[in-house]
Design a binder for this molecule. Structure first.
Ligand code: FES
Ligand code: FES
Length: 161
């Protein structure tokens, strides 16, 4: 019989208790148990970034993390970004700059950008390109994605006015 594990997680600010299979990925738990389907399964191998969520604040590819190992962890997915009807600035700028085409990569892109800006709110273009290029997008050519993240980064107050 397959082993199962009890795990408590905080997901988008809410405590959830799950009884998961050994080998069940965080992506499966989010999508299949919690009906949070914003994170997408592209490669399932940790290569494309479409499944990225924040795990204890760090951008993490949820398709290669086992939920059974995450007792006590904090997860933020794209569904937890907006504050009620107020979208996160990254979500607004992605739409405004036309950085969304088919949308498959978008939640992973936004969560990756969120992780970058959490740790470096004034990330410059080079930082943004380096970070975002590890996520794959087959539609946009990246330029608009970088512009969208840059627009949010440049909204932060300069250090020396
Ligand atoms: S689906 Fe997780 S990295 Fe591609
Ligand atoms: S918008 Fe289609 S893969 Fe990025």
């Amino acid at each position: 019989m397959m082993e199962r594990y009890n795990v408590s997680l905080k997901v988008n600010g809410e405590l959830v208790a799950l009884n998961v299979r050994a080998g069940e990925t965080l992506l499966e738990s989010l999508r299949e148990r919690l009906e949070l389907t914003g994170a997408k399964e592209g490669c399932g191998l940790g290569a494309c970034g479409s499944c990225t969520v924040l795990l204890n604040g760090l951008p993490t590819r949820s398709c290669i993390v086992m939920t059974a190992e995450l007792d006590g962890a904090e997860v933020q997915s794209i569904e937890g970004l907006a504050d009620g009807t107020d979208l996160d600035p990254l979500q607004e700028r992605f739409m405004e700059k036309g950085a969304v085409q088919c949308g498959f990569c978008t939640s992973g892109m936004i969560m990756t950008a969120k992780g970058l800006l959490n740790r470096n709110p004034k990330a410059d273009k080079g930082d943004i390109i380096r970070t975002m290029s590890s996520n794959l997008c087959r539609c946009t050519g990246y330029k608009k994605i970088v512009e969208a993240v840059e627009a949010v980064s440049s909204m932060s107050e300069p250090e020396n006015k």
